[in-house]
Design a protein around this ligand. Structure first.
Ligand code: ZN
Length: 408
């Protein structure tokens, strides 16, 4: 990456604190100094006293599935998980999914809302092979690194029930994806041990992480957490295994939640949620107290699963806050932290904050403080990704992120 000379972003309020000047060089934050104490001159951007947050981190997305940028596609098929899978497989080819154009459009929308790093699941199955992964990589390249994208090779259509999928996942792992996924080992494959043993074998052999979709509720879901906990400990994969959705956790009685939280925390398993309406609230305090990382994601947006979603992680943080009944300033700020700094591990960053040494990913909002920013989710006044301005007043700066942008 080639970036230009140091830039000073002056007079911004990090997390609502006293105003500072942020010195950005080589795509990173070089220094954070009290406002007005940086030497005058040079390249400066006036932050106008706006609230500054680190770029948002989308911990769970599906950027390959969307029809974003195309004419409206009406919802069809059955509303069950299996029904959505079948509907997507029946319709995606005719809609040209996956496509570089739609994937790029989704990533541009993420950037416009201030998301500068995302973990995305990408479908891998006998129909599409690894083409979705190539598609996502092409879209990321078209944006010249503005948004950092971590790929999970995702067996949406099942693993054991679809011969050849384990081999495809292994191939994806060998070809450099960060993680491989799984899906409802019990209800989709109807053979939880076989799916999980297959996935963990690849993770151990190839040194990749695991991020497993679990929609199954109640004790069926809990049983699968236990299988994942056992295998994570045995394989020494602490810090490299995520359960996505995991709706069952919120449905269990408190004593059962406590017991599972202890074991999940000890095993070093993290959790990604998209805070859907009508889902059971997660025991999020107990999770954070035990060091269980909780990430927030948009899930798929505007795709054959659902017409909903706008790609704004701050709105997901708001949904999380509402679902869990958060009201105090501290709680509301915590929801925003989950959407950014606390999600660093989901995109393999040691630190994602407004501190020297961190990638220069910043979002400016016209808000009084962090709780105000959360509950209004106002337009993103400025988005800086890897040291360059990519969006201003809610619109992309096209020369920075158009598919034919040139490095400056
Ligand atoms: Zn998902």
């Amino acid at each position: 990456m080639v970036y230009h000379l140091p830039v000073i972003l002056s007079n911004v309020r990090p997390w609502g604190a006293d105003a500072v000047d942020v010195v950005i060089a080589g795509g990173r934050i070089e220094a954070v100094m009290p406002a007005g104490t940086t030497a005058p001159g040079g390249d400066r951007i006036d932050g106008g006293g706006l609230l500054a947050l680190p770029g948002f981190v989308n911990a769970h997305a599906h950027v390959d599935k969307s029809w974003w940028g195309r004419p409206w596609v009406s919802y069809g098929g059955e509303a069950t998980t299996q029904g959505r899978i079948a509907h997507e497989r029946a319709e995606r080819d005719a809609l040209g999914i996956p496509s570089v154009a739609s994937t790029t459009a989704v990533l541009r929308e993420f950037l416009r809302h201030g998301t500068t790093a995302t973990r995305t699941h990408v479908d891998v199955d006998p129909g599409v092979g690894l083409r979705g992964i190539d598609t996502v990589r092409a879209a990321v390249a078209a944006l010249d690194g503005a948004i950092e994208v971590e790929i999970v090779a995702f067996p949406q259509d099942g693993v054991i029930r679809r011969p050849g999928v384990l081999e495809l996942l292994d191939e994806a792992a060998a070809a450099g994806v960060t993680s491989i996924g799984g899906i409802d080992p019990a209800s989709i494959d109807r053979d939880p041990v076989a799916q999980l043993d297959g996935l963990f074998a690849i993770a151990e052999r190839r040194g990749v992480g695991l991020d497993i979709h679990l929609h199954d509720g109640g004790e069926l879901g809990a049983f699968q957490y236990e299988l994942i906990i056992e295998r994570t400990r045995r394989a020494g994969l602490a810090g490299n295994v995520t359960i996505s959705h995991g709706f069952a956790l919120g449905e269990l009685p408190p004593y059962r939640q406590e017991e599972l939280l202890d074991r999940l925390g000890e095993a070093g398993i993290s959790w990604a949620t998209v805070a859907p309406v009508r889902s059971a609230p997660l025991p999020w305090r107990g999770m954070l107290d035990r060091g269980i990382a909780v990430g927030l994601g948009t899930d798929g947006i505007r795709d054959l699963w659902s017409p909903y979603g706008d790609g704004d992680v701050l709105r997901i943080a708001l949904a999380f806050a509402r679902l869990h009944g958060l009201r105090t300033d501290d709680e509301l700020a915590r929801a925003v932290e989950l959407a950014t700094g606390r999600a660093a591990g989901f995109v393999h960053r040691d630190r994602h904050e407004l501190v020297p040494g961190a990638r220069a990913d910043l979002v400016l909002l016209d808000a009084e403080n962090v709780p105000d920013a959360l509950v209004r989710a106002p337009v993103r006044r400025l988005v800086i990704a890897g040291g360059r301005v990519v969006a201003k007043d809610g619109e992309l700066v096209d020369r920075a992120v158009s598919p034919d942008s040139h490095r400056r």
